[in-house]
Design a protein around this ligand. Structure first.
Ligand code: NAP
Ligand code: ZN
Ligand code: ZN
Length: 357
């Protein structure tokens, strides 16, 4: 079967109409008619080849929401018509310690990313993501989307949501904690909403003066302009946990100075170029932990979706049609989105037919 899609054919092609092969559902597979797919900054890094070693053609997209259109004979948990989601991975080895611990994202044998990865159980074909009209995924990597939430605004939860939820939970954020969120984009705005829902006080660090009012509207208690040295100095020793979502290289040392003793900074952004060096003294003098974190496991992703249903949390989105994807990427890189673009996949077919004509 071939599905309508949008993807890159090289690092500088931009996104163009394509079709992708989708396997017929095997016994454990769920076939999903995709309705919405969020645009993550990782999609930009990957399609533009910024991380190197990229195989093309590449259909990005790992914030997928749709409905089940077919199920394999072993599938019991999902029925045709159910609203489901797929995040950043579609498989892992299922046998290593990480997989058995529900930490499939840290699979010792490498998780299978939703796009651009070798599909270990399907002849090493390269996986293709959610800027597409359908996808076929093993039931173990399919999430249940709570009915009470707007499905388009749920899509970004599948990456931006769980990627920020996981370190917040790992740090056991609770009422009274002060969480700093650095970078108010797709991940950052989810970090604000989730940390607030966990009862934390939230301080946003942004480079964009234009986002100050919007950050307060989102629920942030305070906003600090991170390029304003006086404002940064005033924030000295005020924060317990920093969630850093910045997509470009930046100096972390001024941020470490805002942390209290035993504070931690989780870096989530993965810039393609090197970061300025970390000053060990800044860490040592306050027993600060500098950590990274990758998305979240499957069970944790479901937990996050259920948490969002309980607290009424979804992403703030701007819908785009397939032929607006390239413009949306440029706007994302320029920081001009509040806060996540979501592709309406019903526009793929039309774009596809136009391309054929
Ligand atoms: P995004 O929507 O583009 O947001 C990134 C934010 O970073 C921007 O809104 C901006 O915030 C800030 N920023 C951008 N350029 C900057 C610069 N030159 N200097 C300082 N600040 C800058 O991106 P996203 O989708 O949230 O993704 C963020 C990063 O996380 C990307 O690198 C992505 O690949 C990575 N990511 C990692 C994981 C993981 O598992 N660890 C998962 C998903 C994504 P302000 O305007 O507020 O300063
Ligand atoms: Zn992502
Ligand atoms: Zn594994």
């Amino acid at each position: 079967m071939r599905a309508a899609a949008y993807g890159a054919v090289s690092g500088d092609s931009g996104l163009v109409p394509l079709t992708v092969a989708r396997r017929a559902p095997k016994p454990d597979d769920v076939e999903i008619a995709i309705e919405f797919c969020g645009l993550c900054h990782s999609d930009v890094h990957a399609t533009r080849g910024e991380w190197g070693g990229q195989a093309y053609p590449l259909v990005p997209g790992h914030e997928i929401v749709g409905t089940v259109s077919r199920t394999g004979s072993n599938v019991t948990g999902f029925a045709v018509g159910d609203r489901v989601g797929v995040g950043c991975m579609v498989d892992s080895c299922r046998e290593c310690e990480s997989c058995l611990d529900g930490l499939e994202q840290y699979c010792e044998n490498g998780m299978t990313g939703t796009y651009g990865a070798k599909d270990r159980r399907n002849g090493d074909a390269i996986t293709q993501g959610g800027y597409s009209s359908s996808i076929v995924v093993d039931r173990r990597y399919v999430l249940r989307v709570p009915e009470s939430l707007d499905p388009a605004a749920v899509a970004p939860l599948l990456c931006a949501g769980v990627t920020t939820f996981s370190p917040l939970r790992h740090f056991d954020v609770e009422e009274g904690d002060v969480v700093g969120v650095v970078g108010l984009g797709g991940l950052g705005h989810m970090a604000v909403k989730l940390a607030k829902a966990m009862g934390a006080k939230v301080v946003v660090f942004t480079t964009s003066e234009s986002k100050v009012a919007a950050a307060l509207e989102l629920g942030a208690d305070e906003v600090v302009l991170s390029r304003d040295e006086a404002a940064m100095a005033a924030a000295n020793r005020t924060i317990d946990l920093i969630i850093d979502t910045v997509a470009a290289p930046h100096d972390l040392n001024p941020l470490f100075r805002t942390l209290r003793v035993d504070g931690a900074l989780f870096q989530l952004g993965l810039p393609s170029e090197a970061m300025p060096p970390v000053n060990p003294g800044a860490l040592i003098r306050r027993r600060i932990a500098y950590a990274g974190s990758l998305i979240g496991g499957i069970a944790e992703t479901q937990e996050m979706l259920d948490f969002c249903a309980e607290h009424g949390v979804v992403a703030d989105i701007e819908m785009v049609a397939a032929d607006q994807l390239n413009e949306a990427y440029d706007r994302m890189v320029a920081g001009d989105v509040k806060y996540r673009f979501v592709l309406d996949t019903s526009t793929l077919q039309a774009a596809d037919q136009e391309a054929d004509a």
